[in-house]
Design a protein around this ligand. Structure first.
Ligand code: ZN
Length: 331
């Protein structure tokens, strides 16, 4: 980390030199406020896809967003690479999700915040909205984007940040934010409506990761995770058996996997239920900590959530259009 800091310092010094000014009166943090000409588009760096998407929607044409972690990356585990540091150093303004989602990048983000504006988009979310599950060791659950209404509050944080940095276009950011919040409201209502079409006793979401607590709370699903369960240990087997009995007794037809997590525990559930004469299918793959591929509908925040709502609803016996809210899902 010490080496990283030295590298960062060196870079900000070089930026100062290249601008042809005295380094002691100029550094990379200069914005319009300090009189330096801002070049457009503003360069923003964002950690994960969900955050990058927020900035794109609020920033519009005035902002160019570089996303640090791609679609297959686990944000809980990702450490800043040399390229990431370069991206952050080149940016005028930096956004991350926060609530310790990017736990391994915290040091880098704190250091950079001494030289340029760095914002956690979840900063303005009311604490009462945040969950603090037992197995999160006293920390808030960071997966807030799974509740569209809560994530919508992040739009305000981005609008404020961009308006402070670039007051000239504050009105545009305000209009973009308003329009995007309307789209998110439509998405939220769609989720509420279709999840309610699942028979009440079937509103149980069994999945392999602990990312769905907000999703369950917001849309009325009982979420059961099997992450971290070792099928080799006695305790693990006990938990698997409990879940199998629940799936059989409640006649649940589907469980879900995520692209980033091992399917082993989910397979153990399916096999266990089958041994009791109850067939379960994998209801589909859900997006949890990363969006789909770039330049696809699922590679946007709205597409990601539309996919999750639609997939869960259809697999658990509810009614939803095959290609989702806007007829744009790829399958
Ligand atoms: Zn996660």
């Amino acid at each position: 980390m010490r080496r990283l800091f030295a590298f960062a310092f060196l870079l900000s010094f070089l930026v100062g030199c290249n601008s042809g000014e005295n380094p002691s009166t100029s550094n990379a943090s200069d914005s319009q406020d300090s009189g330096k000409e801002l070049t457009y588009p503003i360069q923003a760096a964002a950690t994960v896809g969900m955050v990058a998407d927020l900035i794109k929607n609020v920033g519009g044409d005035h902002v160019n967003v570089t996303q640090i972690m791609g679609s297959g990356v686990d944000p809980h585990m990702h450490k800043a690479t040399r390229d990431d540091v370069q991206t952050i150093m080149n940016a005028d303004i930096v956004f991350y999700s926060g609530l310790m989602l990017e736990g391994k990048m915290a040091d880098t983000l704190i250091k950079v915040s001494r030289n340029k504006p760095v914002y956690a988009v979840t900063e303005l979310i009311d604490e009462k909205t945040l969950l603090e599950p037992d197995d999160f060791d006293g920390h808030y659950d960071p997966h807030v984007w799974m509740d569209v209404a809560a994530w919508s509050e992040c739009v305000d944080a981005v609008q404020t940040a961009l308006s402070n940095f670039n007051p000239t276009h504050a009105k545009d950011y305000q209009e973009n934010a308003k329009a995007y919040k309307q789209q998110l409201e439509n998405l939220h209502q769609y989720g509420l409506k279709i999840v309610k079409s699942i028979p009440e006793e079937s509103r149980i979401l069994v999945t392999s990761h602990d990312a769905f607590n907000y999703f369950g709370r917001a849309y009325g699903l009982n979420v059961q995770g099997v992450q971290g369960i070792s099928t080799e240990s006695e305790a693990g087997l006990k938990r698997i058996n409990e879940l199998v009995n629940m799936l059989v007794n409640k006649n649940i037809k589907a469980v879900f996997v995520e692209s980033s997590v091992s399917k082993k525990n989910i397979t153990a559930l399916i096999d266990g239920a089958k041994a009791q004469g109850h067939d379960i299918i994998i209801g589909g793959e859900l997006f949890s900590d990363a969006m789909g591929e770039p330049d696809t509908y699922e590679g946007t925040y709205i597409g990601m959530l539309d996919h999750n709502f639609t997939t869960v609803t259809r697999a658990l016996g509810g009614t939803a259009p095959e290609r989702g809210m806007q007829d744009k899902l790829s399958h």
